[in-house]
Design a protein around this ligand. Structure first.
Ligand code: MG
Length: 419
C-alpha cells in the first residue's frame, strides 16, 4: 500500500478548522484534523510534509513522524508545522487501523478500559448556552450536567476580569464577583460536581498566586493555564502555593516541552492537545513519560470532532489517562455536520470506538459545501530538503561515484532523510 494523495479540507464557517485526508492506492482513506491557523497548516501540509509522503508506505508511521519532525525542528518546531504533523499522524493511524481491521486502541496495546470519564467545558453554540448560563444560573447548569451523569465541568471565571489590564492587576472585588458562580455551586451542591478553572494564560504570576489562594477553599479540580507555560520555574512556584493540582498544558509542543513540566513537577496533571502536539504517536509518548513520574494526563479538547475520537483511543489504551475534556455545545451543535458515525457519550463517559481505525469518517456532504476549500497534493517533491548542511556536500560527480560504488556497504540501507 502506498500513499497516493493528500487532501486538506476547510470551511468558511469554522476558519480555524482543517481536516486532512490521506488517500492510498488501495482506496483506504485516513482522516486527521487540527485547529487554528487553518490556511497556514494547509500550506505546511502541501508545501512540506504531504509531497514527502506521496508514494510512501502509510504503515511506517513512526518513521514518517520522525522525518517530518526533524524537518520542522530545523526551524524551531511548533506552530503550524506541528499541527500539520499532528493531523497527518492521526490520518496514518486511521489507515493502519482500517488495514488491520482493528480500532486504533487495540493496536496501541489494547484496552486498559473501554470507557473514559468526561468533564464538560462550558461552551456556547446554537441552543446550548452553558457558558452564559453559568453566570445567571450556576446551580442549574451544574445540576443539568449531573442529571446527564457528567460529574465534572470546566469554566473560565477570571477570563473576563483579566481583559481590562491584560492580567496585570487584579482587584479583590473583581475576583469576588468572578468567583460568585462557583461559590453558589459549592453552597448548594457541595462537592457533588468537580469544577476545573481554566484561565487561558491571561494572568501574571502574582495575580495567579492570589487566585489560587482565594480559590483554595472552593476546591477546584485543577488550575489550568493561569499563567502561560513559557517558564516551568514560574509554574513550580505556582504549584508550591496551592494544594490544587496545576494542569499543563495545551500550549506545550511534543514530549520535549512536556518533559520540562513533568520532570520539574511544575504541574501535577499533564494536558497535551493531541491535534497540536504531534498526534496519537506523540501523546502516547507524553503519557508514558508522565507515567514514569506517577502523573496522570487529561487530554485537551475544545477543537474539532476528530480529536475526540483520536483521544478516545489514547484513553482506552493508556492506563494513566485521568479524564477527557468534552464540549457539549460543540458536540451537539456542529460536530455531527462533519463526521459519521459520531462518538458516543453515555452516562458521563466517552465510550471506546468500535469501528476499525479511528472509528469515523468525514461526511461526503462536507466536500460539497459552498464554503469549502479543498487542496490536493499527489506529486512527490522534496526540494526543501536542501538543508544548509548540503553546502558542504562533495561536488556532484564525487557524490555519484560514492553512491554507485559497489564495494561500499553492500547490505545498504536508506538514509534517515528521504533522499
Ligand atoms: Mg485550556
Amino acid at each position: 500500500m502506498i500513499i497516493s494523495k493528500i487532501e486538506t479540507i476547510r470551511v468558511g464557517q469554522f476558519p480555524d478548522l482543517i481536516f486532512v485526508q490521506v488517500h492510498t492506492d488501495t482506496g483506504l482513506i485516513g482522516l486527521g484534523e487540527t485547529w487554528y491557523g487553518a490556511s497556514t497548516v494547509e500550506s505546511a501540509i502541501h508545501d512540506h510534509f504531504g509531497p514527502l509522503l506521496i508514494g510512501r508506505d502509510p504503515a511506517e508511521i513512526e518513521r514518517h513522524w520522525q522525518t517530518m519532525f526533524r524537518l520542522s525542528d530545523h526551524a524551531g518546531y511548533g506552530g503550524a508545522e506541528m499541527r500539520a504533523i499532528s493531523a497527518i499522524d492521526v490520518a496514518l493511524w486511521d489507515i493502519k487501523g482500517q488495514a488491520l481491521q482493528m480500532p486504533i486502541f487495540e493496536i496501541l496495546g489494547g484496552g486498559t478500559r473501554h470507557r473514559i470519564k468526561v468533564y464538560n467545558t462550558l461552551g456556547v453554540y446554537g441552543d446550548i448556552t452553558d457558558g452564559y448560563d453559568v453566570w445567571t444560573d450556576p446551580v442549574g447548569v451544574a445540576q443539568r450536567l449531573l442529571d446527564q451523569g457528567i460529574t465534572g465541568m470546566k469554566m473560565s471565571p477570571t477570563d473576563f476580569i483579566a481583559r481590562e489590564s491584560d492580567g496585570q492587576i487584579l482587584f479583590n472585588d473583581d475576583l469576588e464577583w468572578a468567583l460568585r458562580p462557583l461559590r453558589e455551586i459549592r453552597d448548594k451542591l457541595g462537592m457533588e460536581i468537580e469544577v476545573a478553572n481554566d484561565a487561558h494564560a491571561k494572568w501574571n504570576l502574582p495575580n495567579a498566586l492570589k487566585i489560587v489562594r482565594e480559590m483554595e477553599p472552593l476546591r477546584p479540580m485543577w488550575h489550568e493555564e493561569l499563567i502561560s507555560p513559557l517558564n516551568e520555574k514560574a509554574h513550580v512556584r505556582l504549584q508550591a502555593a496551592t494544594t490544587t493540582p496545576i494542569a499543563a498544558a495545551e500550549r506545550l509542543m511534543t514530549r520535549y516541552q512536556h518533559r520540562r513540566f513533568i520532570e520539574s513537577a511544575a504541574a501535577r496533571i499533564s494536558m497535551p492537545d493531541l491535534t497540536w502536539t504531534g498526534g496519537i504517536s506523540e501523546v502516547k509518548k507524553i503519557a508514558i513519560l508522565a507515567s514514569a513520574h506517577q502523573m496522570p494526563i487529561a487530554p485537551h479538547d475544545c477543537v474539532g470532532p476528530v480529536n475526540m475520537l483520536a483521544c478516545a483511543h489514547i484513553a482506552m489504551a493508556t492506563p494513566n489517562v485521568m479524564i477527557m475534556e468534552y464540549n457539549r455545545a460543540m458536540h451537539l451543535g456542529w460536530y455531527r455536520d462533519f463526521i459519521e458515525p459520531d462518538f458516543v457519550i453515555e452516562d458521563g463517559y466517552l465510550m471506546a470506538p468500535t469501528e476499525p481505525g479511528l472509528g469515523t469518517h468525514l461526511k461526503k456532504s462536507v466536500k460539497d459545501r459552498p464554503d469549502v476549500t479543498i487542496r490536493t497534493s499527489n506529486e512527490r517533491h522534496e526540494p526543501w530538503l536542501m538543508s544548509p548542511n548540503r553546502y558542504t556536500y562533495p561536488p556532484p560527480e564525487l557524490q555519484e561515484e560514492f553512491i554507485n560504488s559497489t564495494e561500499r556497504r553492500k547490505a545498504g540501507s536508506e538514509a534517515v532523510y528521504y533522499d
